[in-house]
Design a protein. Structure first.
Length: 219
């Protein structure tokens, strides 16, 4: 009947509005720093673990193919979108516990992996040094380009800003990782460094050259 039809139309319109509000929040274009309290509010709470699982899979499980995959625009766009979602969610205290629980693994298994210089970037250091410098400046300061590297830097900054203990962990891990790398980055050395011992199986420590470990931690 007419009444049910009208209710259906109103409900559909409201659903579209709420979805638009959430997408604006996710994309960082919302005027509010809080996710709208709508029936779709739980959407981000559900998708956050999925985003973390996807990023972890690509950075750890599929690590050996990561650099090759990052050269594909579609793949890069998906990872950038997931990183952007997580960064924006950190602005909302409703999701504090999600990140507080997983912050260390996010940093070691996702952020540091994506912040590493790729073979292509290392090559540009000699073939196009100015481009290499511009990239480094973009990651550390401007963060204007939408790449996995810049979005990882933004995610790290957001974790430090909003999750207690993050900066302390990053400082301790980075300092010991640099010492570890200076000693040759041998797997047998990891237990000697308290901040690294828990992550003895991480791709960042086991599958990254000493040079790149130092470079990444200094960033």
């Amino acid at each position: 009947n007419t009444e049910n039809y009208t209710r259906g139309i109103v409900g559909s319109v409201r659903c579209v509005q709420e979805t638009d509000e959430i997408l604006s929040y996710v994309n960082g274009t919302s005027h509010s720093s809080k996710l709208p309290q709508t029936p779709l509010f739980s959407f981000c709470g559900v998708i956050a673990p999925i985003a973390l699982f996807t990023l972890n899979t690509e950075c750890v499980t599929n690590h050996d193919k990561l650099e090759e995959n990052l050269e594909e625009d579609g793949f890069n766009d998906v990872l950038v979108g997931l990183l952007l979602l997580l960064t924006n969610m950190l602005e909302d205290s409703n999701f504090y516990q999600v990140f507080a629980i997983h912050k260390n693994k996010i940093i070691v298994d996702i952020v540091l992996i994506l912040l590493r210089s790729t073979k292509k970037e290392k090559k540009s250091l000699t073939t196009d040094p100015q481009n290499f410098v511009n990239l480094a400046l973009d990651v550390c300061e401007k963060q204007a380009s939408e790449t996995c590297k810049t979005e990882s830097a933004k995610l790290l900054e957001a974790l430090c800003d909003h999750i207690d203990g993050t900066l302390t962990f990053v400082a301790a891990f980075s300092c010991e990782a640099i010492k570890f790398a200076c000693k040759g980055a041998g797997p047998e050395l990891i237990p000697s460094y308290p901040a690294l011992a828990q992550y003895s199986g991480s791709a960042f420590l086991l599958k990254t050259s000493a040079e790149i470990i130092i470079d990444t931690c200094l960033i």
